[in-house]
Design a protein around this ligand. Sequence first.
Ligand code: CU
Length: 101
Amino acid sequence: MRMPATLAAALLGLTAQFAVAPALAQDIPMVKGEITKIDDAQNKLTIRHGAMPHIGMDHPMMMVFKVADPAMIETVAVGDQIQFRADRIRGDLTVIEIEKE
Ligand SMILES: [Cu+2]
């Protein structure tokens, strides 16, 4: 699922001031991962993922991410192999795009 950068910015609640960098999301690398847990109530996914040096993770690991849009949670199931983009949004590691492999 690809969404326009402007929509992504809106979902992230970014103000117009910060939404002027639509290339930003595309500059964040897609990373391979596997969904290991889904927390609907908290809008969080636990993902076993490869290295993400852009947010300081130089080695593969498993960890919890928030999702930028609760609808993202509906698109995946535990065990799914995914490609995703994540960034630190207001201090929280947040999935901003997700695709099933
Ligand atoms: Cu990590």
